[in-house]
Design a protein around this ligand. Structure first.
Ligand code: SF4
Length: 450
């Protein structure tokens, strides 16, 4: 059972010292209860209280880390069924499958596409996360050779797939510090697989025959001392996989059912031979709770929409995406270049900056902190009024960067032109276009007024 803030407060030292980054123990307790702060942040809490609170406040889907270093992948940690209830924590990982039966050219192509298919969207770099390496023929030599090839050629996180515990042990050894996910333990090899996972310090993926079998296997592996698991119910049709994902998530969230309280791995690559159908299946499973989705190949026209879906689902719906308040140089501006201002809602920034960049007109783009609100919403909320814009202009440093005193404001702020002229008497205020798409033509015509 989750603890309330008051129950947590009773276990805190009540020094109100603020060393946890929060001024009082009560406020800290409330944040821990809400899952917004970690109990470890308090240096004075006893180990006993830490264990009690940590256990009670742990997310119902266990947080699992795969890999090491900068590219380490985090999955699980989920606490709700629906994104609007709170937020989804860790985006679904996308993997591409390679096997020991593929030709060198097929493997090389997948590695190359893994490295090159990267997309920037609203300031976020999106790409696949894993290369899955399958020991198709149970041949340890071929398996480790393929693993070495992948390790030598890219920094992907690794999923090792084999039915043989010995081969997975050899594969984990080849991976060294890269700490792959080992897949997949079954009822037949569970003891050996558990030993390999424990010895190598890697996360173990299990493959059930159905959901009941998955529960049984999960309990067996936990009884063997494994805490970090990734589960596959064994479903290989969209309908069965979707049902299993929904039932597992509900059981873990609603009833704290521990055997299913782990992130999942799923294999659209084994559900169809049709790339479009595979993309559709992956899309459904990203939306409904998949921790890792393994694809047969990476192609831009399929990967990009899946990454975009993942980005949309895993952003916090209660917190707008923002860019930093600053002066942004676009196309190498100088002291005669136009000065534009807009809000810091990241979508606005990327659309406006993209259009300015496309215009090839050197420009200064001022981004004012509006707490992530769009232009009109920020104005209506009193965060983008003439007085605040004037204060920002005066402190931003733009006065030292340009000789002229011309400011272009968004077309939607036309009504504050007069007010802004009063606040900034040395400046000429020009109303820019309402739509960012009209900026290139506008900027090409623009000339300083003095
Ligand atoms: S560090 Fe601990 S004792 Fe100090 S305010 Fe935070 S919770 Fe209270």
């Amino acid at each position: 059972m989750a603890l309330t803030g008051i129950q947590i407060l009773k276990m805190l030292p009540k020094k109100n010292c603020g060393e946890c980054g929060i001024p009082t123990c009560l406020a800290f307790a409330m944040k821990v209860a809400a899952g917004q702060a970690e109990i470890e942040k308090c240096p004075y809490v006893t180990d006993e209280a830490k264990a009690t609170i940590g256990e009670a406040s742990a997310p119902p889907i266990r947080t699992i880390k795969i890999g090491a270093g900068d590219t380490q992948f985090t999955t699980g940690g989920e606490t709700c069924l629906f994104r609007h209830e709170k937020r989804f924590e860790n985006p679904t990982g996308l993997a591409v499958l390679t096997t020991t039966e593929m030709s060198d050219a097929d493997v090389d192509g997948r590695i190359e596409r893994f490295k090159t298919l990267r997309y920037e969207r609203v300031g976020v770099m999106m790409q696949a996360d894993f290369i899955a390496i399958k020991d198709s023929a149970g041949d340890q030599g071929k398996f480790t050779a393929l693993i070495q090839k992948v390790l030598d050629n890219c920094d992907a996180n690794i999923i090792l797939m084999s039915d043989k515990a010995d081969n997975l042990a050899a594969g984990a050894k080849t991976c060294g510090d890269r700490k792959p996910l080992l897949y997949g333990a079954t009822m037949d090899n569970a003891d050996d697989m558990a030993s390999v996972a424990k010895e190598s310090g890697c996360v173990l993926g299990l493959r059930g025959t159905n959901l009941d079998g998955t529960v049984e296997l999960s309990e067996k592996l936990q009884a063997a001392g494994l805490k970090d698991l990734v589960i596959d119910s064994g479903a290989r049709t969209l309908r069965a996989a979707l049902e299993d994902h929904v039932v597992s998530r509900r059981a873990a969230i609603k009833t704290k059912f521990k055997p299913l309280g782990f992130p999942t791995i799923t294999f659209p690559c084994e559900m169809t031979d049709d790339p479009m159908m595979e993309a559709m299946i992956a899309s459904v499973l990203i939306a409904k709770y998949a921790g890792i989705v393994v694809l047969s190949d990476l192609q831009g026209d399929i990967l990009f929409p899946l990454l975009l879906e993942q980005l949309n689902i895993f952003t916090d719906p209660q917190r707008p995406m923002v860019v930093q308040e600053d002066i942004y140089n676009i196309n190498g501006p100088d002291e005669n270049s136009p000065v534009l201002i807009t809000c810091n809602f990241s979508l606005t920034y990327f659309i406006v900056s993209g259009e300015i960049e496309g215009s090839k007109v050197p420009s200064w783009l001022l981004i004012k902190d509006t707490e992530g609100l769009s232009v009109l919403t920020a104005w209506a909320a009193g965060k983008f009024g003439a007085d605040l814009i004037a204060q920002f202009i005066n402190k931003s440093g733009i006065l030292d960067k340009v000789k002229h005193r011309d400011l272009i404001i968004p077309g939607y702020l036309a009504s504050i032109k007069g007010e802004l002229e009063e606040e900034l008497p040395d400046w000429t205020i020009t109303i820019g276009p309402r739509e960012a798409g009209h900026l290139p033509a506008f900027l090409k015509e623009w000339k300083p007024s003095n």
